[in-house]
Design a protein around this ligand. Structure first.
Ligand code: BF8
Ligand code: SF4
Length: 624
């Protein structure tokens, strides 16, 4: 395929050409090698859960009468549901284990094991503690923090009837979850139970397995991820609106360029802090650089963008291409969504590929084992290593293809409320008046099966034109940013109602709300709006979409959104189409159970129609 077919962006296209010229293989090349994919796997009808197998169910099973069941007797419905259940459990585990890492940092602060991290927002800590039932008013900060640590750890265990932040959901919704057996009791519990249920000979009723998949995802959205978001705010600060820039143009020819990649701010915040230290800047200057640039990739980039305003180099499919510029001294990663290929690509240049988490090691990488007690010390060594690598940069191989685009970031719920003067009322008035017809969260990834960012951007543009405000997180952020949608001036691309509201408030029609764990901010906001209106989340004129998703985590997000009552569009289907029962449930049956379902539609304009129709129906039902 031509580079034009692979991505909508000039920076990506230029780097794809350079990669081809320099013999560097990318995800797109490997996708071609992997195509066609195994049909059984695409349909979700392969099972490797025991060694009587592996087994596969033929899509033509009913006609031939053969290969209808695995050796144990499991049929397509059971196998698809089990696979999908484990898929959701994988995603929930990723977000939630990230959340747990923040509890560990807060614990290290409380126990005095680190001075590298601190409680940066005492007021938020006390507010969250009080929300979780801790006496937070007049006790010493560290006592409150210690109780908060215990409270959060307890959410991961088995001794609760429901997780702590669930109280943020409307009462109606909680009653529904209770009735359906979907109330998440503990993060690790639901994930472990999913592994148990999907062992050979356990849960052999597809709908029952899917109900638990929803419970597992709800544990992620309303606990694991939510803890991740709230504790990150407490430790690193609540995001407030600020300006930054995005695309590969943020890399500078004359600076030491360090890219942080992965998800958890715990490491990237330290790298940024070290890179701002005078002695390391002086070291960079001694090497002939004018300074140090720290740029973001993927979600840890989003975390630093939201709180520190660092520039974004790119999203998922830009991670390989960023190195191809030849201008990156170091890529520093923690975990999740980091292509193993980065080790090889870094090896083609002077780029140091540096891992920092014991649970995410890459053969061939340089490893620094970062913990709360040694984080700053190790971060300084990493930045020094990047500075030293600058001497090895080959200027003849450097190509920085574009100029950066301005973006606005930092829309935490606190910031949104602040912009509205402390109450949701003005926003809801705009919704009631129809100037804002509704909200759609566009979240998730890139997938080389789809022209990069064509659907992410196409959908966002189509929705704002229809006066539907867009909330962006994860890898959609950089997509929206590069398209010029994350600046107040983008109001000119919105419909008349949304344009007027954005112009009055000085905000963009697409609001950046953070990383993928920060989708919990959006769930929280849905809860706040529903409670304010005295309705359930499923009654709201809202929707969600992941047009270019690829990961288990994105599936978990989609699942908790639907289970929370949010109609959710996916640009491509999960591997479930081999089961009619599971597919029907996902696309239709869930509507009757939880008041929302999935919709699959590759065309972003048709997807906009679907979301628009949904919002129209919900507005009508509310009498708007
Ligand atoms: O958690 S959007 S490609 S980076 S999975 Fe990954 Fe998808 Fe990007 Fe963040 Ni989210
Ligand atoms: Fe085959 Fe059943 Fe074993 Fe799966 S659990 S591999 S379907 S025998």
């Amino acid at each position: 395929r031509s580079v034009e077919e692979l991505s909508i962006w000039e920076d990506a296209r230029s780097m794809l050409r350079k990669a081809r010229a320099e013999g560097v293989e990318t995800a797109w090349d490997r996708l071609e090698q992997q195509t066609p994919h195994c049909t059984f796997c695409e349909l979700g009808t392969t099972c490797r859960n025991c060694v009587m197998g592996p087994c596969r169910i033929s899509p033509k099973a009913t006609k031939s009468g053969k290969l209808q069941r695995g050796v144990c007797g499991a049929d397509a419905d059971v196998i698809v549901a089990r696979n999908f259940g484990r898929f959701i459990a994988g995603g929930s585990a990723g977000h939630s284990d990230h959340g747990r890492d923040l509890i560990e940092v807060l614990e290290a602060i409380v126990e005095g094991e680190t001075t590298d991290y601190a409680i940066r927002d005492e007021a938020k800590l006390r507010r969250i503690a009080a929300e979780l039932g801790i006496d937070a008013a007049e006790r010493p900060l560290m006592d409150v923090a210690r109780d908060l640590v215990d409270e959060c750890y307890s959410d991961f265990g088995s001794r609760r009837k429901s997780v702590g932040f669930l109280a943020r959901a409307p009462e109606k919704r909680r009653a529904l979850w209770e009735k359906l057996g979907m109330t998440p009791r503990g993060v690790d519990r639901e994930i472990a139970e999913m592994m148990h249920r999907t062992h050979m000979g356990c849960d052999n009723d597809a709908p029952n397995t899917l109900i638990h998949a929803a419970r597992c995802a709800l544990a992620d959205g309303w606990s694991g991820s939510m803890i991740g978001t709230e504790l990150s705010d407490i430790i690193f600060g609540v995001p407030t609106p600020s300006m930054s820039t995005a695309n590969l143009g943020i890399l500078k020819k004359d600076t030491v360029n360090i890219l942080v990649h992965g998800h958890n701010p715990v490491v990237s915040e330290m790298i940024l802090a070290a890179a701002r230290e005078p002695q390391l800047i002086a070291a960079a200057k001694a090497h002939g650089a004018s300074g140090i640039t720290v740029g973001g990739l993927c979600c840890t980039g989003n975390e630093l963008l939201m709180r520190q305003g660092i520039p974004m180099a790119g999203n998922h499919l830009m991670t390989e291409l960023a190195i191809v510029t030849g201008a990156v001294e170091a890529v520093v990663v923690d975990y999740q969504c980091i292509m193993p290929s980065l080790v090889q690509i870094a090896g083609c240049y002077h780029t140091r590929f540096i891992t920092t988490a014991g649970k995410a090691r890459f053969t061939g990488a340089i490893h620094f084992d970062i913990h709360p007690h040694n984080a700053m010390e190790e971060a300084r060594k990493i930045v020094q290593m990047a500075v030293d690598a600058f001497a090895e940069r080959d200027p003849k191989r450097v190509e920085i293809p574009v100029e950066p685009v301005r973006i606005m970031t930092g829309f935490s719920n606190e910031a949104i409320l602040n912009a509205l003067g402390g109450s949701l009322t003005p926003l809801l008035d705009a919704v009631k008046a129809g100037s804002i017809r509704g909200f759609v969260a566009i979240v998730g990834c890139n997938n080389p099966k789809i022209q990069q960012d064509s659907a992410n951007v196409g959908l966002a543009k189509a929705l704002i034109e229809r006066d539907i405000m867009v909330l962006a997180t994860g890898c959609v952020t950089t997509a929206a940013g590069k398209a010029g949608l994350l600046v107040p001036e983008a109001a000119s691309m919105a419909g008349p109602g949304l344009k007027a509201v954005c112009t009055a408030l000085g905000i963009p029609p697409v609001l950046h709300m953070g990383s993928c764990v920060d989708n919990s901010r959006i769930m929280h906001l849905c809860g706040l709006i529903a409670n304010e209106l005295g309705v359930d989340i499923s009654d709201l004129p809202v929707g969600a979409s992941s047009p270019e998703w690829y990961s288990e985590k994105a599936a978990a997000i989609g699942m908790y959104a639907v289970a929370s009552g949010v109609y959710t569009h996916l640009g491509l289907p999960p591997n479930i189409l081999g089961s009619q029962t599971v597919t029907d449930l996902a696309l239709n049956g869930l509507e009757g159970l939880v008041g929302a379902s999935f919709a699959v539609e590759p065309d972003p304009l048709k997807a906009a129609d679907l979301l628009d129709a949904r919002i129209r129906a919900k507005r009508e039902a509310l009498g708007l």
